[in-house]
Design a protein around this ligand. Structure first.
Ligand SMILES: [Zn+2]
Length: 167
């Protein structure tokens, strides 16, 4: 029987999807990231904005911090970051500063902060596998659909009302 050779990008983005599912369980926006160097995962993380009350606690940022700690080096040169959703401008800047060479993401982002072209030498590519793209997108769609529905709102009725008052 022919041995199935899995594309390493697929293998690693699937690990990022697992991380995204973890944030979904915590009612966080489901985004997951892993950082890989020499075919080894050096960090894995998921979105932690609500848990940490930190607007900057995106999966990519937490992964970069963890990778630095795990390797004892903030320079993550030669590594690849896999993330389920196209990174925002803040994360792209952090990825660039951390010397990460390549970013592979699952689905495109709804926000329009995409600025990959600004960062010279950083390769940013979407995963070509359709089922992974859809999986990443479905996680986000389900989350935001539930968040908008008042009865199922992850933020609860009360906070939703007070949010509406503030407008
Ligand atoms: Zn971000």
């Amino acid at each position: 029987m022919k041995k199935i050779i899995r594309n390493p990008d697929l293998r690693f983005i699937e690990k990022a999807v697992k991380e995204a599912q973890r944030s979904q369980k915590k009612q966080e926006v489901p985004v997951g990231a892993v950082i890989v160097k020499n075919n080894t995962v050096i960090a894995r993380a998921h979105n932690g904005i609500e848990t940490n009350n930190d607007a900057t606690a995106h999966a990519e940022i937490i992964a970069i911090r963890t990778a630095g700690k795990n390797t004892g080096n903030w320079r993550l040169a030669g590594s690849t970051l896999y993330v389920t959703v196209e990174p925002c401008a803040m994360c792209l800047a952090a990825i660039y500063l951390a010397r990460i060479r390549r970013v592979v993401f699952g689905c495109v982002s709804f926000n329009k902060m995409y600025a990959a072209n600004t960062f010279k030498g950083l390769e940013v590519a979407q995963i070509q596998d359709l089922s992974i793209q859809k999986k990443c997108q479905a996680l986000m769609k389900t989350f935001f659909k539930n968040a908008r529905h008042p009865k199922r709102s992850v933020y609860g009725k009360k906070s939703r009302k007070s949010a509406e008052k503030r407008r």
